[in-house]
Design a protein. Sequence first.
Length: 257
Amino acid sequence: MQDLNSLQSQDSSDEGAQAWAIPFADMMTLLLTLFILLLVILKESEKFVDQQINLLLKETYEQLNKEIDNENVSIERVTKGIQITLRGNLFQSMKANVNKSYIPIIQDISKIIENCKLFKIEETKKYSALVDFLEERNEELNVEIRCEGHTDDAILPPQSDFKNNWELSSARSLRVVNIMNAASSISEKYFSYNGYGEFRPLINVSGIDDFQKKKQARAYNRRVEIYLDAFARLKTRSSEDEFLKMLNDKFNKEEKL
């Protein structure tokens, strides 16, 4: 009889020990489901922003392609955004000075960019949902105009103003930025520049023996690429207190989620 009572007591203990496991498992399942749901919501939010920005870039590309008509200027929709490539006798030989015939072209490009939808987003009702969404997240649409200079592989002579093609390509891209900035009311904060020298050619000239063909290939490699891109980023704050408050609000919001 004692053995039977002991067995019954043991069964009761086992049942008690297992009783908590069921609600615990249910709670873990619920938490996992909530976590997955939050990830889906976050992913959908990022997807919405990406879709809106891509649509904005697509419309801007179509606008630029329509308004810029020059045989020495090509426009492409690329991963980096919109690529505007300038070729031809853009610069004086071994110098960063832009040839006079190209200055009006660069000025026109800057004015067209200034009036494109990327810089008029708050005036367009079509993108009001994007503007409101970014505002709720303490973010803003950042537009970037980046100029990248490329030279050919010809070695600069000792009397050159520049030590190497890196410096030359950087000075050239900066010169284009200065002309664009002066031609429009676009703030300096939107501009940046890089110089890649001869290290990112479109045509590998090392295997070309024919002098004329090599000359043509080098001319094709000499270029300035202007990239127009946009992405969401945290708003720039005017003071340290505002910045800390923004971070604190963002942290509290994420905690609630």
